[in-house]
Design a protein around this ligand. Sequence first.
Ligand SMILES: Cc1cc2nc3c(=O)[nH]c(=O)nc-3n(C[C@H](O)[C@H](O)[C@H](O)COP(=O)(O)OP(=O)(O)OC[C@H]3O[C@@H](n4cnc5c(N)ncnc54)[C@H](O)[C@@H]3O)c2cc1C
Length: 327
Amino acid sequence: MILVLVETDADGATLTSREALTFARDVATRTSDAELEAIVVGPLSDDVRGAVTNELGEQGVTRIHHAEGDGLDSYAAAAWAAAIVQVAPSSGLVVASGTPRGNEIMAHVAVRMDAAMAANVVRIADAEPLTVARQVLGGSALEEMRLTGDVGVLSVAGHATEPTPAAEPTQPELVPVSVTIAERDLAGRVVRTEEADGDDTSALTSARVVVGAGRGAGSADGFGDLLELVDLLDGALGVSRVVTSLGWRPHNEQVGQTGSRIAPDVYIACGISGAIQHWAGCQSAKTIVAINTDEDAAMVTRADYAIVGDLHEIVPAVNQEIRKRIG
Ligand SMILES: Cc1cc2nc3c(=O)[nH]c(=O)nc-3n(C[C@H](O)[C@H](O)[C@H](O)COP(=O)(O)OP(=O)(O)OC[C@H]3O[C@@H](n4cnc5c(N)ncnc54)[C@H](O)[C@@H]3O)c2cc1C
């Protein structure tokens, strides 16, 4: 059996959890056609429960274990791990998305099950024995890891897989799981949450399109056209360290070694030279487009597509064309 931890938000299963499900389904078919099951932890509203059941059915999940009750009302990595271990297979895999929570919980699960764990996996290198390729050094290198033992634990790197529906959708059975949580498993738990105050990087790290801006933006007032492009593409703005150091934009928008690591479908790097510390954060983008006045800039030579010219002329022209096409 392959058991996938599914994280939820107000709309249902999160995008990265659906990616992890598709990844797990692929492993299931490539290994022994194992059953694909899921676990959701914590209280769910009726709407979210309905949405999750539909989405997981589309993914081919046969059973959804729902663990709730005392100690599971708010996030506590050890308590969530205790719930997962209760339904985890004695032979197979336990999978989560490579979010901060997913990685933290899987580490607890691996220790409790005395199992091997690989974090931030991007693909299966070999099915038998299961060997995976995973991102290391902040995504700048890949290493292969063989998961030996009856049970393996892994997390799937964000956007390494496109979530796709199963060939044969299912109507998953919803199974309540009752867990008694030990007091020690609540030693580290969320006791209060607040609305994001500007430090939130989730929009940037989950966006399918990121518009990057560097010193070439010129000043704090030079982002108008870039922000319009972000809006038109329903994306997020990511910036270089020069931009945050100069105070033009907040640090939560920084991409790179000391900022966020992103892996969008498209990264449009405008006025960014492509220093190695920036590249470390954006190299996992599926397609990189550079807009730069310098045809020898590292970002231009490494990009899939490059437009050599002034971003203050090119970006407004691109925006105008998009506006024209979307009416
Ligand atoms: C320990 C350490 C950690 C770091 N971490 C990070 C990090 O996390 N993220 C990060 O980004 N950097 C990081 N840096 C800084 C990094 O080395 C670079 O200094 C930085 O990325 C450069 O930012 P930039 O590309 O915006 O500026 P520049 O290097 O100055 O490049 C500006 C680019 O814009 C182009 N340009 C200028 N005007 C225009 C225009 N009108 N139209 C189009 N193009 C134009 C130029 O040709 C040039 O290529 C780190 C450095 C260190 C030492």
